[in-house]
Design a binder for this molecule. Structure first.
Ligand code: HEC
Ligand code: HEC
Length: 191
């Protein structure tokens, strides 16, 4: 708002300046909402969430997280450390790992196939990103109205934000639209 007052003053003329203020704040609002993606134009539906190798190799302990949720560097980092993967051994043979690598790179959040999920790259260093989706700025922003203690940690049917499918009924198909959200023991989000 400071900026607007500053440019408004020297212009003078109540009519002109109020028109300018309305114009500017409208512009700022628009810029902000498209930055954070409050719009619902296309929906969060990841293409190719059903890759059989990915589901088979990466869907045993948690859902096979759609490739569009993380940038290339994060997938690379994950695939380079599968023998020590969040205290689990998730090692693969080289051929399978290479196949997964090219699939994940092709659909990563910073790839041309990311669609609306490109928003998951916001506010992070693409060369040195977090390797957890749940630590991404955009993830945090989208979930900041959820009571972490009550609805997640102490909720026997959720336990952790990493369990996307506990609340997003179609997470395994790569669908995260708001109307598919249902927090167990708390009910639908859009009621
Ligand atoms: C042996 C079990 C196991 C397998 C197999 C496995 N993971 Fe994981 N993964 C974990 C655990 C445990 C975590 C920590 C989060 C949790 O508790 O669910 C995790 C977390 C993750 C996260 C971060 C999720 C978050 O919190 O945002 C990603 C991304 C991930 N795994 C990708 C993969 C990929 C890619 C593969 C296949 C190459 C894979 N995982 C295979 C056990 C596994
Ligand atoms: C405790 C339940 C819960 C868990 C677990 C959860 N989410 Fe969500 N998520 C929500 C709710 C509720 C919203 C809607 C928030 C809002 O719009 O205010 C949401 C919104 C979203 C959105 C934006 C949808 C839209 O149309 O704006 C995306 C994308 C998303 N979550 C992805 C994920 C991913 C990926 C995971 C797992 C790594 C995950 N969520 C885990 C409850 C959850």
């Amino acid at each position: 708002m400071k900026l607007i007052t500053k440019i408004r003053w020297p212009l003078g003329g109540a009519l002109l300046s109020s028109a300018l203020v309305i114009g500017l704040s409208g512009f700022a609002q628009q810029a902000q909402s498209s930055w954070w993606g409050e719009g619902h134009e296309e929906g969060y539906r990841a293409k190719n969430a059903g890759n059989p190798t990915h589901i088979e190799e990466c869907g045993a302990c948690h859902i096979a997280y759609p490739a569009q949720l993380l940038p290339k560097a994060a997938w690379q980092e994950i695939l380079s450390n599968l023998d020590n993967h969040f205290d689990e051994d998730a090692s693969l043979d080289d051929a399978t790992r290479d196949e997964l690598a090219s699939f994940l790179m092709k659909h990563a959040s910073d790839s041309e196939n990311a669609g609306k999920f490109k928003k998951f790259t916001r506010g992070i260093e693409l060369q040195n990103p977090p390797i957890q989706i749940t630590e991404l700025k955009y993830f945090e922003r989208k979930h900041d109205e959820i009571n972490h203690q009550r609805m997640v940690i102490n909720n026997p049917d959720v336990g952790s934000f990493s369990q996307c499918q506990a609340c997003h009924e179609k997470a395994e198909q790569g669908i995260f639209d708001e109307d598919t959200v249902n927090i167990p023991n708390f009910g639908r989000w859009d009621d």
